[in-house]
Design a protein around this ligand. Structure first.
Ligand SMILES: [Mg+2]
Length: 370
């Protein structure tokens, strides 16, 4: 058997969303996804995905296709699948950044490697640590009434953590959090609330909103309240509030993680597999977080089944990912998926049950791509 990479093909897939998705950074009704197919010389195929929103990542499905076809595929073709250190070194030396493009390739390689060994991906990257992964449900920017109703619906599905998108208007944000707190109280549920500002606040607003909400209840964490470049501003917020601070847009690489640890500006890291360069790089950042006494969660760029499965395998094999993860949200926000069995089918009682099938454990509905 020859386990060398023969082809790297990138497809662009566009999938409509059920409703318009609104966060402080952007809003959209449809999402583009780059699907990568890696084929080995003996014909094993692996699939990877990245679905960057341009405002968040600085990449699009079109730039991923261009970067993969012209820069990344040529420098990894011919290498053995398992040589991930060499593969990432070649990709990084060829083009700076482009972490979504590199993530999609990395995921496809892990899928093919797992299929070749007839092992689930989690067995290639540390083994099964947890069979079920607790999930967070994400509510986008909505009216108080809509947010209340959605919260009731998902609490009844068994979700124990709700993440609320904020960061546009402090008055509206406080109101919507109180509305969801009311929904929890009215339904006598034990549900925790997380906030995600998506860089929307200034330092003073963030401190004011968090302190005001701390006075009237508990917050599990506040994610990326201010712009990603403002690492010292984030430290100022962390010093001024009791709630744990989570870094998301700030962390694209191990080097970003080094700065977070040195400066001490966050308690938790949101490790998006399709943001940080794939499974190989996510495991390195998780190790750094663990060494620094921090914890992690796995978030979403609204990936479909392939990206969700990659996130699931990392969460299943990485002890430091102790916070409920929201990597499932692409599954309920899109009108349909590109995998045969939707990942939502694995969700029960607010948790995802980890699949033990070979590779990522997903099968592509290939006709959708073609
Ligand atoms: Mg976030």
């Amino acid at each position: 058997m020859s386990h060398h990479i023969k082809e790297v093909n990138t497809y662009i897939v566009e999938v409509p969303l059920v409703n318009e998705w609104k966060i402080s950074l952007y809003s959209s009704k449809v999402r583009q996804h780059a699907i990568v197919e890696v084929v080995t010389e003996d014909g094993v195929k692996g699939y990877g995905e990245a679905s960057p929103s341009p405002a968040f990542m600085g990449e699009t499905a079109e730039t991923i296709k261009l970067v993969n076809d012209q820069y990344l595929a040529p420098v990894i073709t011919g290498l053995p699948l398992q040589s991930l250190s060499q593969i990432h070194r070649n990709m990084d030396q060829t083009i700076y950044g482009q972490s979504a493009a590199k993530s999609a390739i990395d995921i496809a390689i892990h899928d093919a490697w797992g299929k070749m060994e007839n092992k689930p991906v989690y067995d290639l990257v540390g083994g099964l640590y947890r069979e079920e992964i607790p999930l967070t449900y994400v509510i986008g920017m909505k009216s108080d009434e809509e947010a209340y109703e959605e919260a009731v619906k998902v609490m009844n599905l068994g979700f124990q953590t709700i993440k609320i998108k904020v960061g546009k208007d402090p008055v509206r944000d406080i109101r919507v959090v109180q509305s969801i707190r009311q929904a929890i109280k009215d339904n006598k549920k034990d549900v925790r609330i997380r906030l995600d500002g998506n860089q929307g606040y200034h330092v003073a607003d963030a401190i004011k909103v968090i302190r005001e909400l701390e006075e009237t209840g508990d917050l599990k964490s506040v994610e990326q309240p201010i712009e990603k470049w403002n690492i010292f501003g984030l430290k100022e917020i962390r010093s001024a509030v009791k709630t744990p601070i989570m870094a998301d847009e700030l962390v694209f690489s191990i080097h970003d993680m080094t700065n977070i640890i040195k400066i001490g500006c966050a308690d938790i890291v949101n490790l998006k597999i399709c943001k940080v360069g794939g499974i190989h790089q996510a495991k390195k950042i998780a190790g750094m977080a663990e060494a620094a006494g921090m914890t992690c969660t796995i978030g979403s760029n609204l990936e479909l089944g392939i990206g969700i499965a990659a996130s699931m395998h990392v969460a299943a094999s990485t002890p430091v990912i102790v916070n409920p993860s929201d990597f499932i949200c692409g599954a309920y926000l899109h009108e349909h998926d590109i995998v045969q069995t939707p990942m939502w089918d694995l969700v029960e009682d607010g948790k995802i049950r980890v699949s033990n099938a070979a590779g990522l454990g997903v099968h592509l509905a290939e006709d959708l791509i073609k």
